[in-house]
Design a protein around this ligand. Structure first.
Ligand code: PEP
Ligand code: MG
Length: 322
């Protein structure tokens, strides 16, 4: 098996009928870049920036953040690097931010909600990202988006930061892309509206599964509901991909489901472009992609969306797996 995977090293990621896809990697710090490149990552599909914040004793400065982002951009030599802005709250705690304990943190003051409410802190991160964008293809990704208002507010702040940096004589990419992490049930209901505002989508299936099924990923009693084989989650994924494709923006996936070989044909069928996984899953996912033609994948996807239960979906996908 390992040897068979080696055959996919250094190869492009293409379907059996020649459609190009991108194998990207999820990282948590600049130190992870080497492992990603060793496993043949073509891009960084998710840099979880909160690790920079969790490892510190106080908010990392613009300089510190700039250094971390620049390092990754340079190492990728012009290949895309999607950096997610701070996703605090939910399951991610940062002690020095002194957030009040909430009854229901996954429904609370998390990610973009915190950041827009603390715009001065958020601007430090946006300025660092912009400055680093002079050194590679950095894209900004906004977590936990539920409405158009949020992405518009972020884009406005990015423009404010650009004006400041221009004034101060810094170089940056004027056309830096600002995309959305589609990971809330809300985002799956208005993907058409969000696609008009965003430069790209990346599907965060870890949260999307939880928010769609109203099941906490860490709660054993409801763990049986936490599965992307449920038709509710499959349809959410399908509608997000199709809305992005229709609007002509790049659609990727950076949740764990991107590495699930059973799901790969469905993602191909719906037109997803970038698969972002942990480093050890890159070659295996590239191999799975190579085993499907778009036509075969579409045939299977048509059957999958007609299934009624998660068990039926899973059985269908298992029977079809190569
Ligand atoms: C996700 O929600 O799918 C995701 C990739 O983000 P995280 O697991 O960091 O919440
Ligand atoms: Mg998430």
């Amino acid at each position: 098996e390992k040897q068979a995977l080696e055959a996919f090293r250094g190869k492009p990621t293409i379907t059996a009928d020649g459609f190009k896809k991108i194998m990207a990697c999820n990282i948590g710090s600049p130190d992870d870049v080497k492992g990603a490149l060793d496993q043949d990552a073509e891009a960084i599909g998710l840099f979880r920036s909160e690790f920079l914040f969790m490892d510190a004793k106080s908010l990392p400065s613009e300089e510190e953040q700039f250094e971390a982002y620049r390092k990754v951009a340079v190492a990728l030599k012009g290949a895309p690097v999607i950096i997610r802005t701070l996703d605090v709250g939910g399951d991610k705690e940062i002690p020095y931010l002194k957030l009040v304990k909430e009854e229901n943190p996954f429904m609370g003051y998390r990610a973009i909600r915190y950041c827009l409410d603390n715009a001065d802190e958020y601007k430090v991160q946006l300025r660092a990202l912009l400055r680093a964008s002079a050194f590679g293809d950095i894209k900004i990704m906004v977590p936990m988006v539920t409405c158009v208002e949020e992405i518009r507010a972020v884009k406005d702040l990015v423009e404010v930061c650009k004006d400041e940096l221009r004034e101060e004589g810094y170089k940056f990419n004027e056309d830096i892309e600002v995309g959305i992490m589609t990971e809330t049930a809300a985002s799956a209901n208005i993907p058409d509206l969000l696609a008009k505002e965003a430069d790209f989508f990346s599907i965060g299936t870890n949260d999307l599964t939880g928010y769609t099924m109203a099941a906490d990923r860490g709660n054993d009693k409801v763990a049986y509901l936490y599965s992307w084989y449920y038709p509710a989650v499959l349809r959410a994924i399908k509608s997000i991909i199709e809305a992005g494709v229709k609007e002509g923006i790049m659609v990727g996936m950076c949740g764990e489901a991107a590495a699930d070989p059973l799901l790969t044909p469905l993602l191909i069928a719906w037109g997803m472009e970038e698969f972002s996984t942990s480093a050890p899953s890159i070659l295996r996912t590239r191999k799975t992609i190579s085993q499907w033609t778009v036509e075969e994948a579409k045939e299977l996807a048509d059957k999958a969306v007609q299934c009624t239960t998660a068990d039926e979906v899973k059985a269908l996908l298992e029977a079809a797996a190569k």
